[in-house]
Design a binder for this molecule. Structure first.
Ligand code: NAD
Ligand code: DAU
Length: 376
């Protein structure tokens, strides 16, 4: 039984009142946020899976990069559109002109730390943007399904010894999570009120290729590689559930094809570990010692633990993660080491961010340049 936090809205496990769909057949899809971390992995999977038309709408913020979808650009089935999800006219025009059958909504301001510095853009993109897409999808005759990628953060911190199922109340604690909860509930209201065919996936932390290096995993890999300290918030004992991005994409495909209309599915590997444990695992893979973990001031409203129960997704859709954490970490570290051109391009701009967020030593300002031949 999930304990009920002090406050919270209690959505049921399903957002009901749905029109029927032919679930297996979504030949023409719109992906939002396809130049970001998960979106770019998803584009690859959709095209490799033989989807007839994949349109990617992305605003190319600091987290979105053309390089993330470069090799797809020559595929005649693929189209990139540079634009914002809050642009009503553009979104309407795209759904109609491309006869989109399914909207896979991933675009978001996704970084908790940025939401603590400048929350309003999170409302614009995550709440207003989602409302624009929902409204346009409802009105577009070709659209038969809307999938929202939500987050485990909507539930807020999980009490010790428990995990949240989909019926748990939403109790977000930071502006990012609150904006995602608003989007999640708004989407649910379109299913209940207007019969929009909706599937919501609430995912735990992803790791894998092409994640912007301000998130913990790529940040730790790049710091460890250069011998720079890894900033660990507070005591580093916060627990997160880590999922390889390819497993996330598999779940999106399963939910798109076979998810029950109106359903909410938690998505998690079931393997939690502390941030300190994760950082040490990355350091060890790069031949560095744990002394590079540098404790810094804690993130405000830093939720101690996220643990969600994904048994519904596993039971009803047959999903299971292909990567266990050790292999996901091996593969992720190897990808960054094998793709220096990818991160070299963004490393310098992010150093400015590191200086502001953590201080100069974390940006490498105090270090003599390392040997460029050093393979680490
Ligand atoms: P990301 O930050 O790497 O990518 C977000 C993408 O959205 C970028 O390409 C960016 O340019 C684009 N974007 C931002 N604002 C936009 C706007 N107004 N209009 C159009 N495009 C815009 O994010 P991610 O980590 O790939 O996450 C994708 C989705 O999954 C998000 O909705 C996030 O909340 C959710 N999610 C992520 C994780 C995770 O661990 N990464 C876990 C759970 C849920
Ligand atoms: O839980 C799912 C969420 O995971 C997604 O909804 C978000 O979009 C995604 O960004 C991710 O959010 P996190 O805040 O968990 O990701 P991040 O990599 O920023 O932080 C992971 C953990 O590591 C978190 O407990 C904070 C901690 N951390 C992070 C950074 C950047 C540090 O200790 N030091 C750091 O410098």
């Amino acid at each position: 039984m999930t304990p009920v936090p002090e406050y919270g809205l209690s959505p049921p496990t399903s957002y009901g009142n749905i029109r029927a769909v032919d679930r297996e057949c979504f030949a023409r899809v719109l992906v939002t946020g396809g130049c970001g971390f998960i979106g770019s992995a998803l584009l690859r999977r959709l095209l490799a899976g033989g989807v007839e038309r994949v349109v990617n709408l992305d605003a190319l913020t600091y987290a979105g990069r053309l390089a993330n979808q470069e090799e797809l650009a020559g595929d005649p089935r693929y189209r990139f559109v540079h634009g914002r999800v809050e642009d009503v006219a553009l979104v309407r025009e795209l759904l109609e002109a491309e006869a989109i059958e399914a909207v896979l909504h991933l675009a978001a301001e996704s970084h908790v730390d940025r939401s603590l510095r400048a929350p309003q853009i999170f409302v614009t993109t995550n709440v207003v943007g989602t409302s624009v897409l929902l409204e346009a999808a409802l009105r577009a005759p070709s659209v038969r399904r809307f999938l929202l990628l939500s987050t485990d953060e909507v539930y807020g911190p999980t009490p010790e010894g428990t995990s949240f199922d989909e019926g748990a109340p939403l109790a977000p604690t930071n502006p990012y999570a609150a904006s995602k909860a608003a989007a999640d509930l708004l989407a649910g209201s379109y299913a209940r009120s207007f019969g929009l065919d909706l599937v919501v996936l609430r995912s735990s932390n992803n790791l894998g290729p092409r994640q912007a290096p301000e998130k913990l995993v790529p940040l730790a890999i790049l710091c460890a590689r250069e011998g720079l300290p890894i900033p660990i918030y507070g005591d580093g004992l916060q627990q997160r559930d880590w999922l390889h991005v390819e497993d996330c994409c598999t779940a999106i495909g399963d939910a798109l094809a076979r998810g029950e209309a109106g359903a909410v599915y938690n998505l998690s590997s079931g393997r939690t570990c502390s941030n300190l444990e994760l950082a040490r695992g990355i350091l060890a893979r790069l031949g560095r010692g744990p002394e590079l973990c540098a404790h810094v001031a804690d993130r405000p409203a830093h939720d101690r633990c996220y643990r969600i129960d994904s048994s519904r997704l596993r039971r009803e859709l047959g999903w299971a993660p292909a990567y266990e954490l050790e292999r996901a970490l091996d593969a992720t570290v190897a990808w960054y080491l094998d793709h220096p051109a990818w991160w070299q391009e963004v490393r310098e701009p992010f150093r400015t961010y590191y200086r502001e967020q953590y201080g100069r030593s974390f940006a490498g300002d105090d270090l003599a340049r390392k040997d460029p031949e050093d393979p680490r």
